[in-house]
Design a protein around this ligand. Structure first.
Ligand SMILES: *Cc1c(COP(=O)(O)O)cnc(C)c1O
Length: 373
């Protein structure tokens, strides 16, 4: 009997390599029989969710037999007021990855080209590959998006561009003037996804708020999420902001109940807790300093990052310890970080900024590993 159905899958799906998530805490606990594991691997908020979000979840448990509001009326309304856009411009997603998928499903087919940069977010190749479109991967400049190279890669069949600002896993960013210049030179029929998953963390004055670009550039879709600064990654809720026409298209391919009721309620409550975002942001800025000073101390180079993670080069430190070895040794001591060889960065590890104590423990272990080999 033939149990291999892969030949029956579409060509795009046949070529897919599943996304590799950070190692879950549970899994490492089972493997090592350890407690107090520290996870600095998935850019999650180390403070957990806002207490206001957890509180409404309990209050909403009794309604779990009901379908959620398929239009997400209250959350969209609240986001619209907060962001100064119309409700019709907002598309809710099961995480912002869902929005990336919807864009792929709505706009891409075989014969189209999609441009994104080397070292950019791993979901972009997945979306492109699944649709049967062709990926055009441009070289990076100082590890970040090279806008000139992306412009040069545009052809008649370019349908879509993915641009993460800041980018994951490099933490690099594009400034307002460069981004405006780029969009101004781009043919208006190319859809641009401006992925702002780490928007809330960025403190650089020259960092552009993508929403201000929507008026002049109706081909832009901004995506944001409750998974990172808002601390709700486990609930899966994110959103896209675009002009009405694009939002209407995304809504046609969206599953009617793609965001569950607890996620809707928690996200709404989280929007009321701006003090939590402020605290998270301050802790992140301090934690970034803590980590990068330690890297300087250890003579390790890293990619300057404006997000809640930093990519550090450990493979170069010694010829005998590869980044993968350092990763494994950290794991054995109960600290999970992220190897990024699958992003074409085999000498780097991506470290999510944790609490002060978590960072301290990580730094101590890293020092031990590097100096005692
Ligand atoms: C984490 C991340 C996302 C979104 O994740 P969701 O949990 O699906 O909202 C999107 N883009 C980038 C670049 C990310 O790092």
């Amino acid at each position: 009997m033939n149990n291999d159905f892969l030949p029956l899958a579409t060509k795009g799906v046949q070529g897919l390599n599943p996304y590799q998530p950070g190692k879950p805490i549970d899994e490492l606990e089972r493997e090592l029989g350890l407690k107090n594991i520290i996870k600095l691997a998935s850019n999650e908020n180390p403070l957990g969710p806002s207490p206001m979000a957890t509180k409404v979840i309990t209050a909403n448990l009794a309604d779990l037999s009901r379908y959620p509001d398929g239009n997400g009326y209250r959350l969209r309304n609240k986001l619209a007021v907060k962001l100064g856009v119309a409700e019709e411009q907002i598309t809710l997603g099961n995480g912002s990855n869902d929005i990336l998928e919807l864009v792929g499903r709505a706009f891409l087919m075989p014969g189209h080209e999609v441009i994104y940069s080397r070292h950019s977010f791993a979901v972009y190749p997945l979306v492109v590959q699944a649709s049967g479109a062709a990926a055009v991967v441009t070289d990076a400049k100082n590890w970040g998006n090279d806008l000139a190279a992306m412009l040069a890669a545009v052809t008649e069949t370019t349908r879509l561009i993915f641009l993460a600002n800041p980018n994951n896993p490099t933490g690099t960013w594009v400034d307002r003037i460069s981004l405006q210049g780029f969009l101004g030179k781009l043919p208006a029929n190319i859809v641009v996804v401006l992925d702002e998953a780490y928007f809330e963390y960025v403190t650089e004055p020259g960092y552009p708020d993508g929403l201000n670009l929507l008026k002049n550039f109706p081909n832009v879709i901004v995506t944001r999420t409750f998974s990172k600064a808002y601390g709700l990654a486990g609930l899966r809720v994110g959103y896209g902001i675009s002009n009405n026409s694009i939002a209407d298209i995304l809504n046609r391919v969206r599953q009617p109940f793609n965001v569950n009721s607890l996620a809707l309620a928690a996200a709404e409550a989280a929007l009321d807790d701006m003090a939590f975002i402020e605290t998270s942001k301050k802790m992140n800025t301090a934690g970034m300093k803590q980590l990068t000073s330690a890297f300087d101390d250890l003579g390790l180079s890293y990619i300057p990052s404006v997000a809640n993670f930093v990519a550090v080069k450990v493979g170069q430190h010694t010829k005998t310890l590869s980044a993968m070895t350092v990763y494994e040794k950290l794991l054995q001591s109960g600290v999970i970080v992220r190897p990024v060889a699958n992003y074409d960065m085999p000498d780097y590890l991506r470290i999510t900024i944790g609490t002060k104590q978590e960072n301290e423990k990580f730094i101590g272990l890293l020092r031990q590993i590097l100096l005692s080999k």
